[in-house]
Design a protein around this ligand. Structure first.
Ligand code: ZN
Length: 259
């Protein structure tokens, strides 16, 4: 194992509210159940490999499953995915941090906004966060264009910003939709190219992706690869990346890197 390269694998632990984006109703209890089923699958999978990961968790989710989140905090980093997944006000930055710290008994130092929404770094700093992982530094048609932003970590208003990994030149995103939709060998090749170039790889997924979401009315590129099939691809990815570097929580990685 090469100890000078690091894999920062993260999961956005949340209410499964995605059907609402496509104008299909889903109640909060079902959103939470799908999210929890995904968390249980994810927890078992990353426990099999004994890899530390970062779980960006909404306070709302953690309030409903406090024991699970506290248990995860003993092996992984719990960071904030704000308070609610489908609504945001700036006060939620601090409120979600406080609630997650109360539930886990650990310091919450990181933030990722739902859907990578823009957020004011002064407000993030004021709420006491050390880092923000809410940037995908590429063009996602219909969502955002962050092609002009730094590709690797940088500082803004006293907060470290850790973008999701994209490939060095073309900035092909290595986010969850690429993982699901690219042929595995292509994704693996791009991921290895990126970690060898940057020295680290910042990946993110959602636990609900690893449940069976095939019956929901969602676009095929979101739901076609899910459940056990996707779990097996993630296992393969972890095995392949373990040959390239060491898995670390984002907090532990940033504590030792020169930003
Ligand atoms: Zn999310």
């Amino acid at each position: 194992m090469k100890k000078d390269r690091f894999i920062l694998m993260s999961f956005d632990v949340e209410e499964f509210d995605l059907p609402l984006e496509y104008n299909h109703s889903i109640g909060l209890s079902e959103q939470l159940e799908v999210g929890k089923a995904g968390l249980d699958i994810t927890a078992a999978l990353i426990q099999d490999f004994k890899i530390p990961c970062t779980l960006f968790t909404t306070a709302n989710f953690a309030i409903h499953y406090p024991e699970s989140i506290a248990e995860m905090a003993s092996h992984h980093e719990i960071a904030s995915h704000t308070y609610f997944h489908n609504s945001f006000k700036e006060a939620d930055l601090l409120l979600s941090k406080q609630k997650l710290e109360e539930i886990t008994g650990t310091v919450v130092s990181g933030l990722r906004m739902p859907r990578m929404q823009p957020v004011d770094m002064k407000a993030v700093k004021a709420a006491g966060y050390d880092y923000d992982a809410s940037v995908n530094p590429t063009l996602i048609p219909g969502r955002y264009n962050n092609f002009h932003l730094p590709r690797t970590f940088y500082k803004e208003e006293g907060v470290i910003r850790l973008p999701a990994s994209v490939t060095p030149n073309a900035r092909i995103p290595l986010f969850w939709l690429a993982f699901k939709n690219f042929p595995y060998l292509l994704f693996k090749k791009l991921a290895i190219q990126t970690i060898r170039h940057d020295g680290y790889l910042c990946l993110y997924f959602h636990p609900w992706e690893f449940t069976d979401i095939s019956s929901y009315q969602l676009p095929g590129y979101i739901k076609n690869n899910c459940s056990i099939r996707l779990q097996n691809i993630l296992r393969k990815l972890i095995e392949d990346l373990q040959k390239e570097g060491e898995f670390l929580t984002i907090r532990d990685y940033l504590q030792n890197c020169p930003v």
